[in-house]
Ligand binder design. Structure first.
Ligand SMILES: *Cc1c(COP(=O)(O)O)cnc(C)c1O
Length: 402
């Protein structure tokens, strides 16, 4: 098989997303006729001549160079993600958090300032408090509904505005284009955690984002068996992020890249089903006496719903409900310990349904979290809707001691 030495520039998406997930990141002619790319296990890459060694060393990010910089399996995954997100190029990372960390570290130095959304995934907040603070970077948390008003929080030393839309616990949808415009006006880079929508339901680069992050662990992989992340950037910002990600060295192995690419082939059909089931479950929950509110971006009363309607092409399988009161632990345990399909576990995006109690007050500083009762996050898996409703119905009965 011919050795692939030059990495082709990612072609612009030519098809509808449902076709792109099938066509992107593979080239049967270049892989011996096989439908899928081979899995290359490699640390060392051999150069045939001094001339080649020198030429390749000058361009370590274009083609196989050394295992940590990726193999053709990694490149196939990166090409596919870049095409779907609509960015210049992508960078495969060892986890979603590794992708977030590399993106932040790429743009922030001692003395710089970061604007972080208050509804961010809690390890993202911890990254600011534990890693960035230690390096002399100050973080200000902003209200997820701030929109263009974020300009009042920008300082000359603000280098990054970070958004996560919707928040993956409380589901406020952000006005990403307005925030990006304010960030750019102030000379800051706009980074978005796009994991909830995936590129199929939100196109980051069409909405002013400079750097888009996928916790590939979730929907791209889709089978709860791989940790991976991906960073996609504009052409302008690619090199800076690419160099930092390479320096941090948190790279995924080739088997994980292969599994992520395999998961992506069914992303469009899986998401449609996650979407449909989540909408049905959310509507069903909204009718329950125990439920005070449903937090789902497609629902009219969800904070920021108008931005979801304006900017998104769909909704995925993750949403929350707020119960009418704060139930004591034994009542919650009676419900949660005996669920048969909705199992408790962090993460989401796999084929299976999940349920998780959470207290957002612990993760809020810009605006107080006010809710009449316990928050429960649900992930609608690919099971039959009737079975899922029966599981929830029995759970609510146990919660109320019936
Ligand atoms: C899970 C998650 C991450 C982190 O991904 P890992 O692969 O678990 O490191 C980042 N952002 C969001 C919104 C997530 O849900």
């Amino acid at each position: 098989m011919a050795r692939k030495t030059k990495k082709p520039a990612t072609p612009k998406a030519a098809y509808a997303p449902a076709t792109e997930v099938i066509a992107a990141g593979r080239d049967p002619k270049a892989q011996g006729g096989m439908v899928n790319p081979p899995v290359y296990h490699a640390s060392t890459v051999i150069f045939e001549s001094l001339e080649e060694l020198e030429a390749r060393t000058a361009h370590p990010f274009d083609g196989a160079y050394y295992g940590r910089y990726g193999t053709p399996t990694t490149f196939a995954f990166e090409d596919a993600v870049a095409r779907l997100e609509g960015g210049h190029r992508s960078i495969a990372c060892a986890s979603g958090l590794a992708a977030i960390g590399a993106s932040l570290m790429a743009f922030l130095d001692a003395g710089d300032h970061l604007l972080m959304v208050d509804s961010a995934y809690s390890p993202t907040r911890k990254y600011c408090e534990i890693v960035l603070k230690g390096f002399g970077v100050e973080t200000t948390y902003y209200d997820p509904l701030a929109g263009a008003e974020i300009s009042h929080l920008l300082r000359p030393e603000t280098k990054v505005v970070f958004a996560e839309s919707p928040g993956s616990l409380t589901f406020e949808v952000q006005d990403v284009p307005a925030i990006a415009a304010a960030a750019h006006h102030g000379g800051a880079v706009m980074i978005l955690d796009n994991s909830w929508a995936t590129p199929l339901y939100f196109q980051p680069f069409a909405h002013g984002v400079d750097v888009s992050i996928q916790a590939a662990t979730k929907y791209l992989v889709g089978h709860s068996d791989v940790m991976m992340g991906a960073i996609t950037t504009t052409e302008e910002h690619f090199r800076r992020v690419r160099v930092m990600a390479a320096m941090l060295g948190a790279v995924p192995g080739p088997d994980d890249c292969y599994l992520a690419l395999r998961g992506m082939r069914t992303l469009a059909v899986r998401l449609e089903r996650h979407q449909q089931t989540a909408l049905e479950l959310a509507r069903w929950c909204a009718e329950r006496a125990e439920v005070a509110a449903v937090l789902h971006p497609a629902f009219a009363d969800c904070p920021g719903h108008e931005f979801w309607r304006r900017d998104f092409k769909g909704s995925s399988g993750l949403f929350s409900i707020i119960l009418r009161k704060h139930y004591p632990k034994p009542a919650l345990a009676a419900m949660l310990d005996h669920m048969t399909l909705f199992k408790m576990g962090y993460s989401w995006g796999g084929f299976e349904s999940l349920i998780l109690p959470a207290d957002p007050t612990m993760f809020r500083t810009a605006s107080a979290w006010r809710a009449p009762g316990t928050l429960i996050r649900l992930h609608a898996g690919l099971e039959d809707l009737g079975d899922l409703i029966a599981d929830l119905e029995a759970g609510f009965a146990r919660l109320s001691g019936k």
